[in-house]
Design a protein around this ligand. Structure first.
Ligand SMILES: *Cc1c(COP(=O)(O)O)cnc(C)c1O
Length: 474
């Protein structure tokens, strides 16, 4: 290992790539050993990983990744739902380089600003739903949701209703990995680590018809699931509830597309009790649904929209919260908002976000998703429904899911819920990234994926399903 570290230092000094020097050696094994010795990766079972070794990704272009053994992999997840314009766009490299030369960093605290952050705020306001014209910048989706929690409570306190501070989220929702993010989210396994959620947060059912709809049809279930919000509001007390937070389509929870009756009923209830809507657009934002925001796809009127991921297509970290005018009006009366991050509105990130949005706009990428590639992806994805393992296929825009089941008719699952992991491993082996959420397989490819690459994705997915079925039956 010390030899490798020396090598790394020398390579760094001489400006050569690590890969060149390691070609003759067993690079992958060495990277894996170094990783095990020094790196603690996120969302990982360390014991399992150490027994097996990490998959080392070294390069990417368009919709493809390459690993350290030179295998090409079709990235059906756009990284983590974020690489909307695809990998390797030189314009984004240029935008970052130029901004670093001009103004590499300055903060936005204490009555200061710089052009990239201001221009980006205006550009985002142009794309956002009517009446949402201000942006608070952060470094990630999680920071955006921490911001939302504090901003919403500050809003009600400024309005003279400080007791209105409970935020209602949903079981199996995902809002990030910080203390507030995990608390607002509804993943029980995450709650169990670190004694979460924090006080003042409640959860209701998710609108997951296939998994939890029982004997109801999807429309009945959508109304029932929304009515659970009203029940919770009455239980907590309407004068205590500040906001409801939800993803327009749940991503990490398994691409859960709500029945069409769900969102209209939710909005009706929120209006009735004067409760704010926080639409977490971290995945749905920036074209994923074929609209700029998921809220536009569903006709929602949110008060706050956390954003991140597709904002910069993952080229550099950045997040934000888009805020409705009527909220800003109150915040303007609230004195200093004691909240912000060293890298809020970072000029280099803002320059990259601006260029990313320019690409999405100038190349008509969002429109093409809506009119062409999303309908094609969804049509091809549905062809997998005839597979003996597949209980349901579903999707909107450029996200889709399928449910692996033991019995299609009764929706019965495999008892140990291992089908998803088996399928995921086959995918990697066959050169496809498809994610497993329990036994739900999900995709969220780069928005620039071409029809022939969609064919390749679906063909690979079927091959992996066949191999998974053979394993499960064997
Ligand atoms: C990924 C995600 C987050 C967290 O974003 P990070 O940048 O990982 O902190 C929050 N909300 C949703 C809906 C997400 O998908």
């Amino acid at each position: 290992m010390t030899r490798l570290r020396r090598l790394a230092r020398r390579v760094f000094k001489e400006g050569r790539t690590m890969n060149d020097d390691m070609k003759a050696t067993n690079r992958t094994a060495q990277w894996q050993a170094l990783s095990r010795d020094h790196h603690l990766p996120p969302f990982t079972d360390y014991k399992l990983l150490n027994a097996k070794g990490a998959r080392i990704i070294t390069r990417a272009e368009g919709v493809y990744l390459w690993d350290s053994d030179g295998h090409r992999i079709l990235d059906g997840m756009a990284g983590l739902w974020c690489v909307n314009v695809g990998y390797g766009r030189e314009e984004l490299v240029q935008a970052a380089t130029q901004q670093m030369r001009e103004l590499s960093y300055y903060n936005l605290f204490f009555q200061t600003a710089h052009p990239p952050a201001i221009e980006l705020a205006q550009t985002i306001a142009d794309l956002a739903p009517e009446g949402m014209n201000h942006v608070f910048f952060t470094g990630s989706g999680s920071e955006s949701n921490d911001t939302v929690l504090r901003m919403v409570r500050h809003y009600w306190a400024t309005k003279g209703q400080p007791e209105k501070k409970v935020i209602i989220g949903r079981w199996n929702g995902y809002h990030g990995s910080t203390v507030a993010g995990v608390s607002l989210g509804g993943m029980k396994a995450l709650h169990e680590q670190g004694d979460l959620p924090i006080p003042g947060i409640e959860h209701i059912v998710q609108p997951y018809w296939y998994g939890e709809g029982g004997d109801m049809n999807p429309d009945e279930f959508g109304v029932w699931a929304a009515e659970q919000l009203e029940k919770k509001i009455l239980e907590v007390g309407e004068d205590k509830v500040a906001a409801f937070i939800a993803e327009p389509i749940q991503g990490a929870g398994g691409v859960i597309v709500p029945p069409k009756t769900y969102w209209p009923k939710i909005q009706e209830i929120l209006a009735k009790y004067d409760i704010l809507l926080i639409a977490d657009e971290v995945i749905c934002g920036f074209g994923r649904t074929g609209e700029w925001f998921g809220s536009q796809y569903y006709g929602l009127k949110p008060d706050l929209m956390p954003i991140a991921k597709g904002l910069t297509s993952g080229y550099i970290p950045m997040g934000g919260v888009i805020v409705r005018d009527r909220i800003v009006k109150v915040l303007n009366q609230g004195g200093e908002f004691y909240h912000g991050f060293t890298y809020s509105g970072h000029p280099v990130a803002a320059a990259v976000a601006l260029e990313n949005i320019r690409i999405l706009r100038d190349e008509g990428i969002v429109e093409r998703v809506k009119s062409e590639t999303a309908p094609y992806l969804q049509k091809r994805w549905q062809t997998l429904a005839d597979h003996p393992l597949v209980g349901e296929t579903r999707g909107v825009g450029m996200v889709a899911a399928l449910e692996l089941v033991r019995d299609k008719r009764t929706r019965a699952r495999f008892t140990d819920r291992s089908a998803g992991m088996i399928c995921r491993e086959h995918c990697f082996r066959n050169g496809l990234v498809m994610r497993a959420v329990g036994d739900t397989m999900i995709i969220s490819p780069p928005l620039i994926i071409k029809p022939e690459q969609i064919d390749e994705l679906v063909t690979l997915a079927r091959k992996c399903l066949d191999q998974t079925a053979a394993d499960l039956n064997g």
